[in-house]
Write a protein that binds this ligand. Sequence first.
Ligand code: FEO
Length: 385
Amino acid sequence: MDKIINKDIKYIGCDDKEITQFEGQYMLEDGMCYNSYLIEDEKIAIMDTVDKAKKAEWLDLLDKALNGKKPDYIIVQHVEPDHSSVLGELINKYPSLKVVCSAAAQKMLPLYFPDLKADFLTVKEGDELKLGKNTLKFFTAPMVHWPEVIVTYVVEAKVLFSADGFGKFGVYDSEPDDWSCEARRYYFNICGKYGAQVQALLKKAATLDIQTICPLHGPILKGEMLSEAVRLYDIWSKYDVETEGVFVAYCTMHSNTGNAAEYLAEVLKKKTSKHIAIANLCEEDWAEAVEDAFRHDTLVLAAPTYDGGLFPKMVDFIHHLKIKNFQKRKIAFIENGSWAPQAARIMKELVKDFKDVEIIEQQITIRGAFKETDKKSVEELAEKL
Ligand code: FEO
């Protein structure tokens, strides 16, 4: 996928192919990229730095792109260390560099760089900075993904630097034909809680003529890919349903609850042309399960009773849904319990405060093994769904 923006704006990001976990919790099968850009005009601006793992590589790329020139500004759109880690070295190297950021970022930077001595230019909503023939216009984007975030629009080039917005997991060229898969997992797990704030940013973006989006992760978006990304961001940030269908998320200790969940998915696939997805939370990536829960209109949670309570991995999964603001979906339950089933009662209790969820009262209780006699109740639930 090309990294060409225009003759003034160069891509100077780095791929980290070694990293296997992002933020210490999100599994990465195909690494991660940290994007950074250089805008060369009468004045030269650098758009963010990169993660510390790529410090040497990035400084080298920057050196080559500068070709002996001195940069004037470093625009810090987002303070999170995957983008600001090289700021200290950068300012040591170019002490006259001016740090352009929000007032909130200026307050936050000393938390990460206690000894940082730099000239700051703080910007607020709508402020402009002329580099020559290119004008940078700044917009605040609080909580997309942190409170200090700004995004930057290059007026003449019609380019939006979108910070974490429109980012994805993976190295720059991962899954070139399918932006949405890892962008969806990234969105719901990184920004999912902040739908209202993402909507606010989309409304600002709608007032601009944007031909290119340059995020801090993932590919540069143009043309149809850009339109599709904006369409999906609108659905995701409204917590609307992207795909009509059912997602079955289950935990299982001895395959019995799993057998019931798998049977439900099998019956649903026969009964409907809607999309049916299923995940074993004991084995599969929980962050992908969070993504699938948001993607579909109906969620089925299936879990055993454990120590008189709910199986811990299901407690954990529901907690992840809660902190990501899960809402506007139907939820059904399957429980298992050999002597005192409690799982469904507790799952219902845990989701009762979710906004605009419809609880499907018809729940299934399995006692021990999933037996022939249990199939009828699963088929009835499938019918109801
Ligand atoms: Fe890519 Fe919120 O950092």
